[in-house]
Design a protein around this ligand. Sequence first.
Ligand code: HEC
Ligand code: HEC
Length: 482
Amino acid sequence: MKRLLYLVILINALNASANPRIDAHQKAQDALSKLTFTKDGRGMVLAPDFVKTYEMMAKFLGLSHTDRPKINENPLKALAPFKSRWGLIDHDNEIKGFFNVPYKNMQIGAMGCIVCHSGKVAGNYYIGLGNKNVDVGQMATDAKLAQEMWHNMTVLMPRSAEKKELEKDSFAFFSRLADKRYNNLTQGLVPISMIQVWFYENVGGRPLPLNNARGQVKVPSFWGYGKKKSIGQFSDGFGDGNFAGWGLAVEFAGTQTAQNILSMIPEITHAEELLGDILPPKYPFAIKSELVPHGEKIFVETCASCHGTYQKDSAGLSVFKEPEHIPIEEINTDRNRLVSVNQEFFDLVDRNPMGQVVRRTGLTPGYFAPRLEAIWARFAYLHNASVPTISALLTEPSKRPVVWSLIDAGERSRFDEVNLGYTLPAAGSAEEKDLLEKAKSGHRNVYYTKRVGQSAIGHWFKSFEKLTAQDKKDLIEYLKTL
Ligand code: HEC
Ligand code: HEC
């Protein structure tokens, strides 16, 4: 009894000394890991009979599936054969971000935020880091095919009106994401055109223009978002983050209605506030601390004018600040992401029926100079993930790598501590030639900077030219401390 009492006192003491920011961070991670906004059978809904469909698909594609579960077992396990094909995160014996949501006596499969907004790096899993491999285009293409097959096989089976409606909606969702004219060309990139479609069809009453740019971007990390959103959301600052509506942007790609979105605003507003509590993960390996002071000096002279300065609080946790927005003429990185966010699209956004919460900022075209907390984890770099390491980012654009593999992107074996980013094939090696062949024939798990929207241009300034090899090494060591 006495021992129990001591234990209780001890636990209380531990709790009392816990840092409130760490507490808030853990709560935010828990909340984010459960977030899915399917409502009334709409949203990022995967067909009913989800498991059956995937069972069939695995068989059809001849994929190995030693741990393939029986129908009605844990649906997360059923996705295992598709893990690398769709770039899903496998951690703690589950595929992250898929849910069974009950709806009118049915179980519908739904995608949650952490399918994209959680990821692995150097073998560790972090909620709030972008998934480096997610491939919504491939996922939708396969799922659409599977649903068609399933439908044809069971066409004589009686179906309730609700089930028919659900099947129609999820089919529309898949068709949208599977459209080769607009979807992503490479794993780890998500096309913003899939969200624009909603505005063209539902506000404009017309299809997305044929020449609309894909606007592929990597999934950003969430730490620091609380400060960022007041200036602008997304890589270009287009969304006005003082209103929470854009937080549900991916739901538009699912067959979501404006009315549904509006009814979920209190929940998404709360969720968006929580995102501001997420803390950047600390660099998990040794840092050569003797190099850091000089690295910091180089950073202040060469980088801080755009990326700002960095402080920690008394507990050693990052103090977040607002990022700077840099006009495209100054940064000169790939423009594809900016081209489709034009006057025609602005007009649709300005007339949209969720206008009180889905608003734009009117910032001039450009990209944020992201705050660099835990930048070690956020490769490949730039909004389009076109630069595989920090060393490459500090190299003139014409000499940056052109191809690299995305296989096992988040595993320890792919993490290069020296150059900070992906391990790369040696220049001129057989491995590099092989990757180039694969890149040219369209392999989605190879990044190829010659694909549209994936160029590694820009982010190159006069001041970079005078940096010595040692300066760059020191700078990299400093960046690891952020
Ligand atoms: C299909 C992958 C995917 C899913 C699923 C997804 N997101 Fe995102 N999210 C992205 C991408 C990509 C961006 C960056 C877009 C850009 O910069 O143009 C983004 C950006 C954001 C931002 C703005 C971040 C910033 O730095 O400005 C918020 C907030 C956000 N997402 C919230 C959510 C929430 C909440 C959910 C779940 C309802 C969700 N996302 C689901 C891919 C996804
Ligand atoms: C003139 C402003 C400017 C200067 C100077 C500058 N940057 Fe940047 N930086 C940007 C902008 C803008 C972006 C985003 C560009 C994009 O995504 O297309 C960026 C992106 C980055 C990224 C990638 C962030 C991510 O999330 O992928 C890193 C890393 C980075 N910069 C590091 C540095 C370092 C290190 C220096 C100094 C050696 C530096 N930058 C100097 C403006 C600048």
